[in-house]
Design a protein around this ligand. Structure first.
Ligand SMILES: Cc1cc2nc3c(=O)[nH]c(=O)nc-3n(C[C@H](O)[C@H](O)[C@H](O)COP(=O)(O)OP(=O)(O)OC[C@H]3O[C@@H](n4cnc5c(N)ncnc54)[C@H](O)[C@@H]3O)c2cc1C
Length: 319
């Protein structure tokens, strides 16, 4: 592809997005894959540079690479826009809920299971990462992102430094998952850690619709009891007749959890391996569908167990 050269010093262009390494691809056939996302980012970057070159933006402050961004807080798929943080709440030892402001009476406009992309430009580098809102999709005037901070994570470093009132660049909606009521007799949701984010959207979508008889089985794995995210919301969901939740704690003992657990918590201690998954799934029929979201290794393991159990790729989706 013929690309324009935006590295000249006459204008102050934002840095070009970094090309992913081959090792950044998880090899699970994601659509879009990290390389597709890179192409999208380069395309957006070229458009921003072109806008700056044509003088469509203020350039009084050449040190500020953000000047090219439109400052209207409604989401756009094809350009980054600023969104202001109205609060930050700690959810677990390493996970935070960031609440972003929307104009009064406006919702974010995502469909179930979709996510948005956050971009940070710092030290001459561009970092983009995907995040799935956990607030109800039709919430008016705000939306929430549940973000885990990795001690050595590149985006984590920036997220950790954010404060109430800061503005963050976001674009979206992204993601191709689509949900229709009663399409499947049962949905099995396999989640690890912050992989609960798209699952809570799916659960809400099912339970708010009285005419949706889809049965939901959430299998949610974390290291310890206190790492279980959005626990009180999950408890509310589990009160519905068609929602069953199994928590799997990989590094916690029944003795320790006894004093912490809530009435009705259904907990298994150990790893979610092929044997346990087969037990939990029981007989998977063609009208069952499995959703998977977690770390790359969790997702790879789950897909390999599903394939070993004879489940076809038409019957599962990885977020
Ligand atoms: C569709 C989608 C939705 C998502 N939604 C959410 C969400 O709602 N909430 C959320 O918290 N996250 C979500 N994520 C994950 C998120 O996009 C980031 O990947 C995550 O926040 C980590 O980014 P980071 O830059 O902080 O860490 P990174 O710098 O990417 O590192 C993450 C971890 O991987 C390790 N690591 C990095 N590179 C390597 C390597 N080469 N080899 C081995 N280990 C390595 C690091 O040590 C660190 O522990 C989602 C991801 C996808 C694809």
């Amino acid at each position: 592809m013929n690309r324009m050269d935006y590295t000249g010093s006459m204008w102050h262009f934002p840095p070009k997005p970094e090309e992913p390494l081959q090792g950044d691809c998880c090899g699970m056939g994601c659509r879009p894959c990290v390389f597709d996302r890179y192409e999208q980012e380069v395309h957006l970057w070229e458009r921003e540079c072109e806008r700056i070159r044509r003088g469509n933006v203020a350039t009084e402050n050449p040190g500020d690479t953000n000047v090219s961004l439109v400052q209207i807080p409604t989401l756009s798929e094809c350009e980054y826009r600023y969104f202001s943080i109205s609060s930050i709440k700690q959810e677990s030892c390493d996970t935070y809920v960031l609440r972003f402001q929307l104009p009064d009476g406006k919702c974010l406009g995502l469909h179930t299971g979709q996510h948005i992309i956050m971009r940070v430009i710092g030290d001459g580098r561009v970092i983009t990462r995907q995040y799935t809102p956990v607030s109800p999709l039709h919430a008016l005037g705000y939306f929430d992102l549940l973000i885990k901070i990795y001690p050595d994570g590149r985006m984590s470093r920036h997220v950790k430094a954010l404060k109430t009132g800061d503005k963050v660049e976001l674009r979206g909606p992204c993601g191709r998952f689509s949900y229709s009521p009663n399409k499947w007799q049962r949905l099995v949701l396999l989640a690890a850690g912050t992989g609960i984010a798209p699952m809570i959207q799916v659960i809400r979508q099912v339970i708010i619709n009285e005419r949706d008889d889809t049965r939901l089985l959430l299998v949610y794995t974390c290291k310890r009891y206190e790492d279980l995210l959005l626990k009180s919301q999950l408890e509310e969901c589990s009160a519905y007749w068609n929602v069953t939740i199994l928590y799997i704690l990989t590094q916690d003992s029944p003795e320790r959890v006894r004093s912490l657990k809530r009435y009705g918590d259904n907990i298994h201690h150990g790893r979610l391996d092929y044997h346990l998954l087969s037990q939990v799934l029981g007989n998977i029929s063609p009208d069952n569908y499995v959703l998977i979201c977690g770390t790359t290794s969790f997702e790879k393991d789950m897909i390999s167990y599903l394939v070993d159990s004879g489940i076809s790729s038409h019957n599962y989706h990885k977020f």
